[in-house]
Design a protein around this ligand. Structure first.
Ligand code: DX5
Ligand code: ZN
Length: 216
């Protein structure tokens, strides 16, 4: 039986002035987790959310907090994001050596945190092959990280298919995910769909979520 496809709305597309209500809205609509984009203005050309915001989000929702670290020297900050209540932490292979990822990953896994490795659209799968057995999931970027609302890069689909043939864990995909591409992503082997603008712009959020979850 095919496992349920999990949907992780990215709050980067939410209205930050009323984040509480925006989170409740996707929670009620059946989101499985909440994707939190952490950006430092160095690894990516944008600055977003720090541990203090994660800590406050933790107080208003029971959703799994899926924290995507797009920062340089992530090992320096990761403990703060864990203390703030993260349930899943994603590192970018462009920002951390394989050996440091393995050390950080095993430390987090001992605490019950799920650990992911992510790669940019122009980073080869070869770069993460050596760390796959230390990762619970892989986050395949289908845009260059930095902003929500960008156009989906189709090269992510064959990348997911290839990854699926060598990796048994969850495969998440992030960037430009909508009802137009969801079927192809699921067909290629993705099991977690991260989606920002498509979900938060929807009039009927529940319908939007179910449309991508069941796309085939
Ligand atoms: C991109 C972020 C994504 C983004 C997704 O740098 O990592 O999570 O917010 O937003 P959409 O779905 O609008 O591309
Ligand atoms: Zn993200």
């Amino acid at each position: 039986m095919m496992d349920k496809i999990k949907i992780s709305p990215s709050i980067l597309s939410a209205d930050f002035a009323c984040l509480d209500r925006q989170i409740k809205r996707v929670e009620r609509a059946g989101a499985d987790m909440l994707h939190i984009d952490v950006m430092d203005g160095h690894f990516v050309p944008n600055i977003t959310i720090g541990p203090v915001v994660v800590r406050h989000i933790r107080r208003v929702t029971d959703l799994i907090l899926d924290v995507h670290l797009m920062i340089e020297r992530p090992e320096k900050f990761v403990d703060e994001f864990v203390a703030a209540g993260s349930d899943m932490i994603t590192f970018h292979i462009e920002t951390i050596s394989s050996s440091k990822f393995i050390v950080q990953g095993s430390k987090l896994r001992k605490k019950g945190i799920k650990v992911g490795i992510s790669l940019n659209p122009d980073t080869s799968l070869n770069k993460i092959k050596g760390v796959l057995k230390y990762a619970d999931f892989v986050l395949v970027m289908s845009v260059f990280p930095g902003f929500s609302g960008q156009k989906f890069i189709p090269g992510a689909i064959p990348k997911i298919r290839k990854l699926r043939s060598i990796f048994r864990g969850d495969i998440a995909v992030d960037g430009g995910v909508s009802d137009k591409v969801a079927a192809d992503l699921i067909g290629a082997g993705a099991t977690i769909l991260v989606s920002g603008s498509y979900i938060f712009a929807a009039k009927n959020v529940k319908q939007a979520i179910e449309r991508i979850r069941h796309a085939r």
